[in-house]
Ligand binder design. Structure first.
Ligand code: ZN
Length: 207
């Protein structure tokens, strides 16, 4: 499976420096007008540029290439036990309301002769989080990316997130936590392996 960017490139890799004639600047200006505000008001004068830079940063995952990110940080290793990185902070944007959702992600895999540099795992999470997303797909894409680069015996992902679209509007259930998980290979097939990961991740296992 090949993972590629879903949207055409907007500018170069140095995304945070938005060009002044950027469509994002125009869109932010239009939004200010559409909600009945005055884009010429002192406090809002430079807001469209700031919003554009902020959106470029928050969606920079579209510009990230998985192979480039992983680079050469794959090593031959005989380890056959679970490797887990837990409590990875992530921030993403819900594609239905374009409001943030954020939380923590637990990642585990069982090597099949190869391991990945541990610092690359949070970067893979970021690569997919920094896009317009739904939490379910984000969870699956992280698992698919690890399967692609490592071909491991299994991948386990659990994500816990707060969604501002639920907290600030609509149902206003500000304390609700959304959990998603994706288990492949040994984690899917073997209950003990799955429970070992959930235990490592600090998840309560309900029998
Ligand atoms: Zn939403």
């Amino acid at each position: 499976m090949q993972i590629t960017t879903a949207v055409p490139h907007i500018g170069a890799l140095d995304a945070p420096e938005a060009a002044p004639d950027d469509r994002l600047v125009e869109a932010a200006r239009e939004t200010i007008i559409a909600i009945g505000e005055d884009p010429g008001r002192e406090g809002l004068a430079r807001t469209p540029e700031r919003v554009a830079r902020s959106w470029r940063f928050l969606t920079q995952g579209y510009q990230t290439d998985l192979d480039e990110l992983v680079n050469s940080a794959i090593f031959d290793e005989k380890c056959g036990e679970i490797v887990a990185v837990k409590n990875i902070r992530f921030f993403s944007m819900c594609e239905h309301h374009m409001l943030p959702f954020f939380g923590i992600c637990h990642v585990g895999y069982i090597p099949n002769g190869r391991v990945i540099g541990l610092s690359k795992i949070p970067r893979i999470v970021d690569m997919f989080a920094r896009r317009l997303q739904i939490q379910e797909r984000l969870t699956q894409q992280i698992a698919a990316a690890l399967n692609q680069v490592l071909n491991p015996r299994g991948v386990a992902i659990v994500m816990e997130a707060h969604h501002l679209c639920m907290m600030m509007r609509g149902v206003e259930k500000e304390s609700s936590l959304t959990l998603t998980s994706e288990m492949t290979g040994a984690f899917r097939e073997n209950r003990k392996t799955r429970e070992e990961f959930l235990g490592l991740a600090g998840m309560r296992i309900i029998p």
